[in-house]
Design a protein around this ligand. Structure first.
Ligand code: B1M
Length: 211
């Protein structure tokens, strides 16, 4: 089996102790970091499909998530290119009621690499907590909100609404996550939408540069 396929299967089957090594071996064999990342995301998609069909349950999803996180740790230096000029601070979090953090962590990693100082509020973040973080930190230029469940899309709407009506300014709001679309982002008044971590970094940078 090609190493990259082993990475995918390792994530899929929650091989938490093996995935980091497999990712390193895939890198050593010359696989591109983005290709390895995509293999892990594909592995997670298989996990999601199996969960939908009732073939696996929450514990298996959690273990797969842990395995993927270990793989991402190995890839991090390869995916990020430190040393970019500072674009200011970005506050990031997954919205209230939502505990998914892998996608959000990838977005945080890419935004950091693009030049933002990151303030990561974690998961299950209320709109009030996003607001407080903007007040507590200097030079917040970007607020990045993830929603990974269709049931937390209203929480995303609520967060954008709260931020926009807060009277605070100087920052843009970027949204994303599997169920989010450009159409939904426009509807809730977000400044930008990105479908994946790479484009989130590009959009975040462009928003700040546009002032
Ligand atoms: Co959950 N889960 N989960 N889960 N889980 C999904 C999302 C699901 C699609 C699985 C399925 O049924 N097929 C489904 C959602 C269905 C829906 O909304 N319509 C689902 C469900 C139903 C649930 C529960 C409700 C299950 C239950 O309890 N009955 C429950 C909810 C808990 C809660 O949050 N309140 C639940 C729980 C969990 C675990 C905790 C067990 C675990 C998460 C652990 C963790 O994150 N640490 C988990 C997992 C692992 C998944 C799947 C399998 C994998 C998620 C993932 O990490 N994907 C997932 C199925 C799937 O994704 N195919 C599933 C990889 C990650 C890189 O992708 O997060 O989409 P993603 O991020 C992408 C983009 O979305 C984008 O960039 C990333 C890639 O570059 N992006 C942004 C993300 N944030 C962005 C922000 C941006 C821009 C882009 O700008 C700010």
């Amino acid at each position: 089996m090609p190493k990259i396929e082993e990475v995918k299967v390792g994530v899929q089957t929650g091989k938490t102790k093996l995935v980091a090594g497999l990712v390193q071996e895939a890198l050593d064999e010359g696989a591109a970091p983005m290709e390895i990342l995509q293999a892990m995301i594909d592995g997670m998609d298989v996990v999601g499909d199996k969960f939908s069909k009732g073939e696996i349950f929450i514990p298996e999803m959690l273990i797969a998530a842990k395995a993927m996180s270990k793989g991402v740790d190995v890839l991090k230096p390869q995916l990020t290119e430190g040393g970019a000029a500072s674009l200011g601070t970005c506050v990031i979090g997954t919205v209230k009621g939502d505990l998914h953090d892998i996608g959000k962590n990838l977005v945080a990693m890419m935004l950091e690499s693009a030049g933002f100082n990151m303030v990561d509020l974690g998961v299950d973040v209320s709109s009030e907590k996003f607001l407080q973080a903007i007040k507590d930190h200097d030079e917040v230029k970007l607020v990045a909100c993830s929603s990974l469940l269709s049931t937390t899309m209203p929480a995303l709407r609520d967060t954008v609404d709260t931020l926009k009506k807060s009277g605070l300014d100087g920052f843009s709001v970027l949204v994303g996550g599997a169920p989010i679309t450009q159409e939904f982002a426009d509807k809730i008044g977000a400044d930008a939408y990105a479908p994946d971590a790479g484009s989130a970094a590009k959009k975040g940078k462009a928003l700040v540069k546009a002032g």
